[in-house]
Structure formats: structure tokens, C-alpha cells
Design a protein around this ligand. Structure first.
Ligand code: PMP
Length: 400
């Protein structure tokens, strides 16, 4: 009965890893997927996570009963505090409802379905470009996807004018997706002053901000600093949605740990919103998994574990920043034509190199370097050992 199906294309990001896995070359390099790697090129499980897992294994009082639809209550409370601030008035006033979801993607999807069902405006504006999964998540959730200008190829920076014009022209009430920090794929974030203008425009037009926070702590190395733009949107008393992921900042990728928070006008509204979120989640996957959220809650609630986490997180962020410098220096040393300063200016896990798809194919074919065709490279996949190989490949691609 399924013989008529046409083969679907591989996911543009995950497909890069499939191609990489098939390549027998010893010098192959996977800079496609945004997962942290050590200097030795290995996946990293944080020490703090290992320690908590040991404790959980030894705790015989724990069981594997179903969680409530909304997940681990303590995890939800602590997640809201992590992003909005422990002293956030919105939390204190009970205006925030938080539900545990399946990592960032699941949080975006549940938020999208909730909006499609209960919000009067079904259009969501996404930055151009954005994470490749965003348009699909929101379209399948039942929203209409439009874009706003974000990136200026000429400056390899923010198209602030274009952004303001496009959001200024969006119908009142439209939903606007904002990357909380470390924009994927461009690595370009607004300055604090630009954030302030964006916030004022959004509030004056009664647009509804939907933040995607997949990299808190990865942009600057500081959890609080990376949350600053979001906190200013909460401080003004307005409403917003927030999708949080612990994939990158706690290295819990495959555990699928995340949270959706909705900041409302009153505690009464927040509790009604939560009741409706349960109706979205129950028929979708009933309730979320226990393991990852229990780890996160244990780390967030204990000040020693929390401090240990922030140190390990900063270590990851600093290694990425050092990779940026090393790649920039290596290209300069080779006299590679072009201004490569965007490599050190951009923020977070990715560099949007400016290489075109033809140059990317050349680097894959001749140098066994795997990356998405838009020229995005995951800086977290590089090491001092592999920077020269990448710099050789970029040099060859732009001078051929
Ligand atoms: N949003 C952005 C911007 C991302 O880069 C990612 C991960 N690549 C996600 C959301 C979702 O990731 P996850 O579902 O693994 O938390």
C-alpha cells in the first residue's frame, strides 16, 4: 500500500552527518551538526551530569512511574528562573506557566500548536535565514510562516534596517520568532541598543514575541548575560513565549530536555493557559521522559553543582571562542583573500562563513570537510589539530 511513495530527501542538517559517516578518509571533518566536541574531537558528557547520574542510579527510592503531562514540577520552576532570573517579578506574581517538553524542538512545536489553537493571529515571522527546522515546525503546527530580514550578506552582520522595516510592516498581533542569543545559522546577534529598539517596536505594535533559547551560556559564557534580552521583554510587563533547550548548554542532546514557558498578564490567565497546554500535549505524547529533566533539576537546585556546571559551560564557550581566533589567524597567515573578521565577530556555535554552495561542495569533495550548503560551520567541531586543514580547504575554495 506504500509502493507509490517517493523517497523523501535527507534532512539538510542531519544528512551531512550521514554523508560524513560514509566517507572512509582519515582526514574527514564533520562541521555540520551543532554538537560540541572536545579538542580530541569526541562528544562530551559534562562531569556534573555524570555525577548526578551516579547519584540517581544509587537512589533506590526512585521509580519510573509516569510523570504528569507537564513534566517534573521542580524542573519547570527552575527552568523559568534560569532564563527569566531567580528574582523575576513575573515568576513571583505567578504569571509564568512552564511545561517540560521534548527539548527545544518539542517546546517550539507545543507552543506553535497552542498558538494555532488559541491565538487570534496565525502568522509567525521568522528571521531570514533561520534554523532549517523552524519553518517546518511552525507550518505543521498550523501557523502561516513569513520571514523578516535579518542578515546582510554584504556586511556579514545584522540587517537592522531591514528587520525594523519588516517587523514594522507586520500586521498587529503577529507572532515574531526571536533567537534569544547566538543566532543560528548566522552567529549574528543584535547589540543591546538594537534589542531595545526591537523590543519597543514589538510592544508598540502588539506583536507577540516567541523566543527560541537553544544556546543560553554559549554566546558569552555567562548564563545571565545571554538571558538579558529576554529579561528586558519580561521586565516591560508584556506577554511572550519561551522555548528552552538543554541540548547544548548541558550537553543533553539525546535526552531531549527542554521547556516551554508562557508569560501571561495575570496568574489566573497563566493557570488557564497551562490547562490548555495539557490538552495539546496529552494526545501528542502524553507525558515527557523523566531522566534528563531530573538531571537538570538536580544541577539547577544545588549551588555547588550549579557552579560546577557554569565552569564547565564556560570552558565549552571559551574553547569555541579560541577556535574562532585560531581559524581567523590561520586564514590571515595563508593570505586568503577576503575580510574574515566575521569569524571572530560572530557569536555562539556557528560561523556563517560566506562560502557558497559550490565552494562547500568543493571542500567536501577535495578536503572531506562536511558542512551545510549555506556555508555554516560548527566551530564546536574544530580543534587546534583540524584548523589548518580547514584553513587550507577554505583558501583553496576561494582562490580556485
Ligand atoms: N532552535 C535552534 C535555534 C537550534 O539551533 C536548535 C538545535 N540545533 C534547536 C532549536 C532545537 O534543538 P533541540 O530540539 O535538540 O533542543
Amino acid at each position: 500500500v506504500f509502493a507509490h511513495l517517493v523517497r523523501a530527501p535527507e534532512d539538510p542538517i542531519l544528512g551531512v552527518t550521514l554523508a560524513y559517516n560514509k566517507d572512509p578518509s582519515p582526514v574527514k571533518l564533520n562541521l555540520g551538526v551543532g554538537a560540541y566536541r572536545t579538542e580530541e574531537g569526541k562528544p562530551l558528557v559534562l562531569n556534573v551530569v555524570r555525577r548526578v547520574e551516579q547519584q540517581l542510579v544509587n537512589d533506590l527510592a526512585r521509580n519510573k512511574e509516569y510523570l504528569p503531562i507537564t513534566g517534573v514540577a521542580e524542573f519547570n520552576k527552575l527552568s523559568a528562573q534560569l532564563i527569566f532570573g531567580a528574582d523575576s517579578p513575573a515568576i513571583r506574581e505567578g504569571r509564568v506557566t512552564t511545561v517540560q517538553c521534548l527539548s527545544g524542538t518539542g517546546s517550539l512545536r507545543v507552543g506553535g500548536e497552542f498558538l494555532a489553537k488559541h491565538y487570534h493571529q496565525r502568522t509567525i515571522y521568522l528571521p531570514q535565514p533561520t534554523w532549517g527546522n523552524h519553518p517546518k515546525v511552525f507550518t505543521l503546527a498550523g501557523l502561516t510562516v513569513k520571514t523578516y530580514r535579518y542578515y546582510a550578506p554584504a556586511t556579514r552582520g545584522l540587517d537592522f534596517q531591514g528587520l525594523i522595516e519588516d517587523l514594522g510592516a507586520a500586521p498587529s498581533g503577529s507572532v515574531v520568532l526571536l533567537h534569544a542569543c547566538a543566532h543560528n545559522p548566522t552567529g549574528v546577534d543584535p547589540t543591546p541598543e538594537q534589542w531595545e529598539e526591537i523590543r519597543k517596536l514589538i510592544r508598540s505594535k502588539a506583536l507577540l514575541p516567541f523566543f527560541d533559547s537553544a544556546y543560553q551560556g554559549f554566546a558569552s559564557g555567562s548564563l545571565d548575560k545571554d538571558a538579558q534580552p529576554v529579561r528586558s521583554f519580561v521586565a516591560d510587563g508584556g506577554e511572550l513565549l519561551m522555548a528552552q533547550s538543554y541540548a547544548k548548554n548541558m550537553g543533553l542532546y539525546g535526552e531531549r530536555v527542554g521547556a516551554l514557558s508562557i508569560v501571561c498578564k495575570s496568574a489566573d490567565v497563566a493557570s488557564k493557559v497551562e490547562s490548555q497546554l495539557k490538552l495539546v500535549i496529552r494526545p501528542m505524547y502524553s507525558s515527557p521522559p523523566i531522566h534528563g529533566a531530573t538531571i537538570v533539576a538536580a544541577v539547577l537546585k544545588d549551588s555547588n553543582l550549579f557552579n560546577e556546571w557554569t565552569i564547565e559551560l564556560k570552558g565549552m564557550a571559551d574553547r569555541i571562542i579560541s577556535m574562532r581566533q585560531q581559524l581567523f589567524d590561520a586564514l590571515r597567515a595563508r593570505g586568503t583573500p577576503g575580510d574574515w573578521s566575521h569569524i571572530i565577530k560572530q557569536i555562539g556555535m556557528f560561523t556563517f562563513t560566506g562560502l557558497n554552495s559550490e565552494q562547500v561542495s568543493f571542500m567536501t569533495k577535495e578536503y572531506h570537510i562536511y558542512m551545510t550548503s549555506d556555508g555554516r560551520i560548527s566551530m564546536a567541531g574544530l580543534s587546534a589539530k583540524t584548523v589548518p586543514h580547514l584553513a587550507d580547504a577554505i583558501h583553496a575554495a576561494v582562490t580556485k
